[in-house]
Design a protein around this ligand. Structure first.
Ligand code: KIV
Ligand code: ZN
Length: 516
């Protein structure tokens, strides 16, 4: 029997640290439910001690998710650990993940602690965490840049105190595969009680090697847990991508000889959900979940695939959850047909009110677009006006004019806090004119960091999905909007981002607010 590789997803904790990716409790819960459907072994739901909002999110997920272990991060102190334990109390299947930095640089400059103090704090933290659960993970932060003798001493002590998982983070993405794999192997060989714990890898992608490093940690180092995120989401260049690791291990089972418990058909739905909620688009050529990952443009490839699929395909698109753009519903489809398709797609609907709001949006869309695909239905549920939130800025109407040789002009009518206002502006293009018209009314003074448009399905009838990223006073938010008219989609995305900037609903972003 092949060994089992544990998949530990940290989209909701480490992934959420990406600029603008902060989520509300409801959004985190939706992603957690999808991760459970994906059958990840462990969901790191957040960092309970970081804020009341994140505490609440971890608690809600712990009380809801049954089939995956739910985990909270905690610094190596009693206060953080108690808070994590309290948030996880409702779960029968919980883990506390405690960490402290062990590299000379982090200990001296960040923690201002001596190695002996760090050693003692790590040991006591694991001892304390074991009071609440026998499933305790310990991470030496910046572990890969730590001094091996000291690290071995710390790891031996925390295993003796009852840590059941030892995770070795490459916090700054400095490792290269062979060296990282060897590093894990050396630690396992040198720590006398290493066989009492599962060894885990946690790699950041600063040099584009997070997946390769993680796989080397597994193959060469003997790690049996990989920490990863959907779409490789994470701050800076991101974390190790779940879909790539899982499909590498599955597709090259001949080499890795490991089992993973993931339901791979849920990978693409998970990718789309995370992208829509966080406003981080997936690059088209991204392995497994990119729009082009299974597209064969060259004539030679197309010919080969038609004759025998495996000439150019090593995985099947449907095995990772891609569905052909199937026409599923249309203008005449009723509420029951809509509800059934939503259920078949596994979209979590929390209330009849939410379903009704989505159905009303579906009807509006079906009036303008003859064929409604699964992707359109997914996008309807990513539209935040369907899920409860503060909508201070609302689009009432949009008119714009652009003609060859003329400067484009837009007129936008908004409801701001319930009061209708109209504004007009010229711009370089119709999108520019529309966003300028909004700004002339709102005066947010925010800086536009990103504007991107993607087609949700194929063909010119497709809805455009727009992402904008705004920054103001040190805060970064992403907004997403979908519409068959890409100028309307742009306006919706911009208003969605403004609503986040002005919202009173707490958006969680665990670690950014914390001092070490
Ligand atoms: O990258 C890192 O070091 C982490 C730890 C907190 C596990 O995310
Ligand atoms: Zn990390």
């Amino acid at each position: 029997m092949a060994d089992r590789l544990i998949i530990f997803d940290t989209t909701l904790r480490d992934g959420e640290q990406s600029p603008g990716a902060s989520m509300t409790k409801e959004q985190k819960l939706r992603i957690a439910k999808q991760l459970e459907r994906l059958r990840v072994d462990v969901i790191e739901a957040g960092f309970a001690a970081s804020s009341n909002g994140d505490f609440d999110a971890v608690r809600t997920i712990a009380n809801t998710v049954k089939d995956s272990t739910v985990c909270s991060l905690a610094r190596a102190n009693d206060k953080d650990i108690s808070r994590a334990a309290e948030a996880l109390a409702g779960s029968d299947n919980k883990r506390i993940h405690t960490f402290i930095a062990t590299s000379p640089l982090h200990m001296e400059k960040k923690l201002r602690m001596t190695p002996d103090q760090v050693f003692e704090q790590a040991r006591l933290a694991v001892r304390f965490a074991r009071r609440f659960t026998d499933n305790v993970e310990f991470s030496p932060e910046d572990g890969y840049r730590s001094e091996p003798d000291f690290l071995c001493r710390v790891l031996e002590a925390v295993i003796a105190e009852g840590a059941t998982t030892i995770n070795i983070p490459d916090t700054v993405g400095y490792a290269v595969p062979e060296l990282y794999g060897q590093f894990i192997a050396d630690l396992r060989r040198r720590v006398p009680n290493s066989d009492k714990a599962v060894w885990s890898v946690h790699c950041h992608n600063d040099l584009g090697m997070a997946v390769a490093n993680s796989l080397a940690g597994v193959k060469l180092g003997g790690a049996r847990q990989v920490e990863c995120t959907i779409n490789g989401l994470g701050e800076r260049a991101g974390n190790c991508s779940l879909e790539e690791v899982v499909m590498a291990v599955k597709t090259r089972r001949d080499f890795f000889r490991l089992e993973v418990g993931i339901d791979t058909t849920q990978i693409v739905p998970a990718s789309k959900l995370v992208s829509a909620i966080t406003g981080f688009p997936v690059q088209p050529n991204k392995a497994v979940v990119g729009a082009n990952a299974f597209a064969h443009a060259s004539g030679i490839h197309q010919d080969g695939v038609l004759k025998a699929r495996d000439t150019y395909e090593i995985m099947r698109a449907e095995d990772v959850g891609w569905t052909a753009n199937k026409i599923v519903l249309g203008k005449l489809s009723g509420r029951n047909a809509f509800k059934q398709r939503v259920q078949e797609l596994g979209i979590p609907v929390d209330s009849e009110a939410e379903l009704n709001a989505a159905f009303a949006k579906f009807k509006e869309l079906a009036d303008r677009k003859a064929e409604i695909f699964d992707e359109d239905i997914q996008a309807l549920f990513s539209d935040e006006s369907v899920t409860p939130h503060d909508e201070h800025f609302k689009l009432i109407s949009l008119a714009q004019r652009s003609e060859t040789g003329e400067r484009p002009h837009a007129r936008v009518v908004l409801a701001i806090g319930g009061k209708e206002v109209a504004s007009e502006a010229d711009g370089n293009g119709p999108v520019d004119a529309s966003l300028k018209a909004i700004e002339s009314q709102v005066g947010s003074g925010s800086e536009l960091l990103l504007y991107s448009v993607n087609a949700i399905t194929t063909g010119t009838e497709s809805q455009g999905e727009v992402t904008v990223r705004l920054a103001r006073a040190g805060r970064i938010v992403n907004g997403v909007g979908a519409d068959p008219d890409i100028i309307a989609a742009s306006v919706k995305a911009y208003l969605n981002a403004l609503n986040k900037l002005y919202t009173t609903t707490e958006r969680l972003n665990p670690q950014t607010s914390l001092a070490p």
